[in-house]
Design a protein around this ligand. Structure first.
Ligand SMILES: Nc1nc2c(c(=O)[nH]1)N[C@H]1C(S)=C(S)[C@@H](COP(=O)(O)OP(=O)(O)OC[C@H]3O[C@@H](n4cnc5c(N)ncnc54)[C@H](O)[C@@H]3O)O[C@H]1N2
Ligand code: MOO
Length: 415
């Protein structure tokens, strides 16, 4: 057993202190690899992507229309000029635009040398004998995209540590990348614990309930891009939990459990981790989600989340998520919080920062935050009903309707 315990004796630890502590302790465990663009969405970039080309690669027309030299136009009256060329996208003119002429051009077409302005075709009349009537008062440079105005070859377009989203894949492709360097996924093994917990589909014995946490937590870890193994369900038995953790440690970067981390006589997870590794137990100053155990079984990081389903989901989003991101080489950014007016009343909070489940509704008075009808951390339906979490600081005074509150949309943390 190693001695990297970070248990805080007594008291509850503020969430931000716990996250700072994780930041100090955890570093990436993943290895870089190259994958084709088609396989890269959701992966974490292992190195910056530097553009191989300018984008656009040339001065280009932004409209279907006519390319002209602005000097050939008039401020006060239409001018009629002969057509001297045709530029479709991908088919540049081989010669400069002759002064006193216009070129037909289409969106994305390369601006002919000498031309500096495009007039959209809706504003031009073309005669049968190949002349165009061009309006007065066109501003110079209109409807032209300058070469490299999006990005220049050699500049970093995507930074290491970013989790690639669909628009990033488009950007990487535009920059000439075919096989972005990404990190291997974090390998997360998920267990549930508890004698009362039953696999969905089986008959429920008296006092039993279906295993919601294991399925919810596996889905959350998958949403983060982890390679998730279903390690099944464990009884409330110290030796069984110890052996299961011991057996899974070498094949995983993270072992995640739910349940059995509180202070009850059947809460064996912490002892089991101590048997085969090192344990740090936090009692976090948050509601829901007070008991969270962290530690290590050999090279694998361990996180034991509380059993109440809402506590398990919320502590995953607030703690385990940042742990997986750090181990996976991802840049960790605190989820954005948005100010919104309360559409509810809430009593003053105590020493725990509260994350009640709710959503934002449009009302005649503007957007208002609403709360789910019950904030009991066993009410699993609350999380599906919610659009996000309110973030109410510890020791806040009572909240009345209209007071400003902070709101974290779930979309901020489900990625
Ligand atoms: N005397 C105290 N009792 C409790 C405290 C405390 O500080 N002092 N903390 C409470 C808080 S807060 C929470 S949260 C729970 C967490 O306890 P455990 O992590 O030990 O969780 P369990 O007791 O195993 O289970 C709690 C609850 O959740 C249900 N559960 C468990 N696993 C699943 C699952 N996979 N799917 C669905 N539901 C699950 C379980 O049946 C229990 O109802 O402790 C409080 N107690
Ligand atoms: O973590 Mo417990 O959340 O307050 O039910």
């Amino acid at each position: 057993m190693t001695s990297d315990c970070f248990a805080v004796p007594g008291g509850l630890m503020p969430l931000d202190d716990a996250l700072d502590d994780l930041a100090r302790r955890l570093s990436p465990v993943v290895v870089p690899e190259r994958v084709p663009l088609r396989a890269a969405v959701g992966r974490v970039l292992a190195a910056d992507i530097v553009a191989a080309v300018d984008h656009p690669g040339h001065d280009a027309s932004a409209m279907d229309g006519y390319a002209v030299r602005h000097a050939d136009l008039s401020e006060s009256a239409p001018v009629i000029l002969p057509l001297s060329g045709r530029v479709a996208a991908g088919h540049p003119l081989a010669h400069p635009l002759a002064p006193g002429t216009v070129a037909r051009i289409f969106t994305g077409g390369v601006m002919p040398e000498g031309a500096d302005t495009v007039i959209m075709q809706e504003d031009v009349t073309e005669t049968a004998d190949g002349r165009a009537t061009l309006p007065a008062g066109v501003s110079p440079g209109r409807h032209v995209r300058a070469a490299a105005s999006d990005f220049r070859a050699g500049t970093t377009v995507l930074t290491a540590g970013r989790r690639l989203r669909a628009p990033d894949i488009a950007l990487a492709a535009a920059a000439g990348q075919t096989h972005p360097p990404v990190f291997s996924p974090v390998r997360v093994g998920v267990f549930s614990t508890g004698d009362e917990v039953v696999e969905p589909g089986r008959p429920l014995p008296p006092g039993g309930l279906y295993d919601a946490n294991r399925y919810g937590l596996m889905a959350l870890a998958e949403t983060l891009g982890a390679a998730v193994s279903d390690l099944g369900h464990l009884p409330d038995d110290r030796a069984a939990i110890r052996d299961a953790l011991d057996g899974a440690a070498d094949d995983h970067d993270v072992l995640l459990t739910s349940g059995g981390v509180s202070v009850g006589g059947e809460d064996h997870v912490r002892d089991a981790v101590s048997d085969v590794g090192a344990l740090h137990f936090w009692r976090l100053a948050i509601k829901p989600g007070k008991p969270v155990a962290l530690g290590r079984v050999r090279a694998a990081s361990f996180i034991g989340l509380p059993g109440n389903p809402i506590s398990a989901l919320v502590t995953f989003l607030l703690v385990a998520r940042s742990m997986i991101q750090r181990l996976g080489g991802q840049t960790v950014v605190a989820p954005a919080r948005y100010p919104v007016a309360a559409g509810f009343s809430l009593p003053a909070t105590g020493a725990r920062r509260e994350f009640p489940r709710g959503w934002v509704e449009n009302t005649p008075d503007g957007p208002r935050a609403r709360l789910y009808r019950s904030q009991d951390s066993a009410m699993i339906a609350s999380m599906s009903a919610a659009g996000g979490l309110l973030d109410i600081p510890a020791n806040s005074p009572a909240i009345a309707p209209g007071d400003p509150v902070s709101y974290i949309p779930l979309a901020e943390v489900l990625t």
